[in-house]
Design a protein around this ligand. Structure first.
Ligand SMILES: *[C@@H]1O[C@H](CO)[C@@H](O)[C@H](O)[C@H]1NC(C)=O
Ligand SMILES: *[C@@H]1O[C@H](CO)[C@@H](O)[C@H](O)[C@H]1NC(C)=O
Length: 449
């Protein structure tokens, strides 16, 4: 009797699901979508339904082939942090759940045959990118390993089994913003850098990853109640009445860097160079926009003390990493894709920063010093953009464009002065930053992006 009842319940669920499927467009029974609901990936299927995404996906397969990266059930059952799972299933977080599910689907056919030879970036249905790559015989989708290649093969799509859930950054951020608990990570990715919760620093250096490979999900991305990671409301058009609170925006991005993980050194430098941070804040208050290329801890750790000991060196390095434009990862990637190579102005006039497309990402610098855009859009608020890079860049000497390099204040002279005068001279240098930026960059040029 009970078995019969269960059967009835089961079939009515099935019928409901199938009728949901065929509501909008007629879907072929041979569709990859039908195959998914009938596959071993029951946990993912369940999430697709809970996310109310059947119709969306139906439309997707009507228009083009899709590739589904399906986490094996264990990845969603046992290996997912229960708090994160609860978050996903809360009705008010439906958006996050939808983004998460759509992040597992690429709107094109990417089977064994089509799999890219080199690391390439694909836009998922969540609109956030997913990098596909190969390491020897292993195929990787983001930071997940493909464990069942071409597991389900249908005329309108393919399902690959993967070993873990793919968590898009925006969902991780939503989760961080919502939670109030400390020191628990959403997912424990294997091989992710381990963090000492007391110091918030890496216990040991993160394993090195081949350049251009997808970023490892930083484990303490999810640690500590997040600062306001969500982008500030988009600023309205500038005007006499409009005032941007640049200082708190700068503070906000430094906090974001600290909490993001892997950028402690950079945050430290910005905190230590309080004048720099203050001046950046003033510039933003005045309506200027900035893109900061932030080298990660590993990159900064490679700097020699010689390179840093030179008076004014940290400041000059910082200036070279600041572009007086508002650029997101997407805008830079699109630009280098379209034009091949782009030179951005930096605050270290007249030195420019070369950017080009490489391995499905943006590569900065030329000659031997290069860095990849490694952690995109760590902070973007419409005025300040912070992009994580995996190297420290120096202007090439041949790129000084024959003019005598014009350096902020009198840094060149500073170098030869006795150390005792350094602080005073640096003060002057920062007092002058506003005038300096005004002289070299017009505001309209800066903020017309
Ligand atoms: C899906 O891919 C197959 C094989 O490449 C192709 O024959 C078919 O036309 C594609 N379907 C759509 C809707 O693009
Ligand atoms: C910042 O200042 C603190 C305290 O003076 C110092 O210990 C630390 O090394 C400095 N960090 C950097 C990156 O200069």
């Amino acid at each position: 009797m009970l078995a019969l009842k269960m059967c009835v319940v089961f079939f009515s669920v099935l019928i409901l699901t199938l009728s949901q499927l065929s509501e909008a467009t007629q879907i072929s029974s041979n569709s990859v979508l039908v195959a998914l609901l009938d596959s071993r990936y029951t946990e993912l299927s369940e999430l697709v339904e809970k996310a109310l995404l059947l119709q969306t996906l139906e439309k997707a397969v009507a228009d083009h082939n899709i590739t589904i990266f399906a986490p094996r059930n264990e990845a969603l059952e046992r290996e997912l942090d229960s708090e994160f799972k609860r978050f996903l299933l809360e009705p008010r977080n439906l958006r996050s759940l939808q983004t998460l599910v759509l992040h597992h689907i690429v709107p094109s056919r990417l089977g064994r045959i089509e799999w890219p030879a080199e690391s390439t970036r694909h836009t998922t249905l969540s609109t956030e990118p997913l990098h596909l790559s190969s390491l020897d015989t292993v195929k990787l989708a983001g930071n997940a390993e493909v464990v069942r290649l071409d597991d389900v093969f249908r005329p309108d799509g393919i399902i690959h089994g993967i070993n873990r859930l793919l968590i898009p950054k925006s969902v991780q951020q939503d989760f961080n913003n919502r939670r109030s608990l400390r020191a628990i990570s959403a997912v424990k990715p294997e091989g992710a850098p381990e963090v000492d919760p007391r110091t918030n620093r890496l216990k040991k250096p993160a394993p090195s990853v081949p350049a251009g490979s997808p970023p490892v999900l930083p484990i303490y991305y999810a640690m500590a109640p997040g600062p306001s990671l969500a982008p500030a409301p988009a600023p309205g058009p500038g005007g006499p009445r409009h005032h941007f609170d640049g200082e708190s925006q700068v503070k906000d991005f430094i906090h974001t860097l600290l909490h993001y993980g892997g950028y402690n050194e950079m945050a430290d430098i910005l905190v230590n160079l309080t004048n720099l941070a203050t001046e950046m804040g003033k510039l933003v208050s005045e309506g200027y926009v900035l893109t900061v290329l932030a080298p990660n801890d590993e990159a900064l750790a490679k700097l020699t003390t010689d390179q840093l000991a030179e008076p004014g060196a940290p400041e000059r390095i910082m200036y070279y990493h600041i572009i007086p434009e508002y650029q997101t990862e997407e805008s830079m990637y699109n630009a280098v894709r379209r034009f091949g190579k782009i030179r951005y102005d930096t605050l270290h006039v007249p030195h420019k920063m070369l950017a080009q497309e490489a391995d499905g990402s943006v590569k900065f610098g030329d000659d031997e010093e290069t860095a990849y855009l490694f952690d995109p859009d760590i902070y973007i608020d419409g005025r300040i953009s912070v992009q994580g890079i995996d190297g420290v860049l120096f202007p090439g000497s041949e790129k000084t464009e024959s003019k005598k390099p014009e350096v902020i204040g009198s840094v060149d002279r500073v170098q030869t002065r006795p150390k005792s005068r350094r602080g005073k001279l640096l003060e002057g240098m920062y007092k002058d930053l506003k005038g300096y930026v005004k002289k070299h960059f017009s505001k309209s040029k800066l903020s017309n992006k």
